[in-house]
Design a protein around this ligand. Structure first.
Ligand code: UDP
Length: 143
């Protein structure tokens, strides 16, 4: 296993539920370290750019509207196997299919409002971290 970094977003529904700390605690208990973080109110342009890969999908406009409906908490997580580990903690995209005890099973209500985003591979992780953070904003972890 290699040490990796991944991008995580706590989406507006979970921020509104006041569970940022609860979700951070799950990251930390799983051995993931927060190495960059920013609370943001995304603009429409920022949300469209972030989800550009989905722009032809039928849910694109609703997804963008949801992502700008309130503040989000954006973080880079670092740790052994961080990309897969974060996806495991998140659970399936549709919370109804998410394994018990995952973030989406516990905090999300629907596939369109599903509490968290996590990068799905090494290339997207790099791109997505760079989308929100300058290199100098990603802190070095003390081991
Ligand atoms: N999404 C949606 N409706 C769908 C499929 C996806 O609103 O039918 C949204 C949902 O918020 C999801 C995001 O689009 O998290 C990105 O979809 P993806 O398939 O990449 O899922 P993820 O990687 O977030 O699990």
């Amino acid at each position: 296993m290699a040490v990796e970094q991944t991008l995580s977003i706590i989406k507006p529904d979970a921020v509104a539920k006041n569970v940022i700390g609860e979700i951070y605690s799950r990251f930390e208990k799983a051995g993931l370290t927060i190495v960059a973080a920013r609370m943001m109110q995304l603009s429409r342009e920022q949300a469209e750019g972030f989800y550009a890969v989905h722009k032809e999908r039928p849910f694109f406009n609703d997804l963008v509207s949801f992502m700008i409906s309130g503040p989000v908490m954006v973080q880079a997580l670092e740790g052994e196997d961080a990309i897969a580990k974060n996806r495991e903690l998140m659970g399936a995209t549709n919370p109804k299919e998410a394994a018990p005890g995952t973030i989406r099973a516990d905090f999300a209500v629907s596939i369109d409002e599903n509490a968290v985003h996590g990068s799905d591979g090494a290339d997207t992780a790099k791109q997505e971290i760079a989308y929100f953070f300058k290199p100098e904003e990603v802190c070095k972890r003390i081991r």
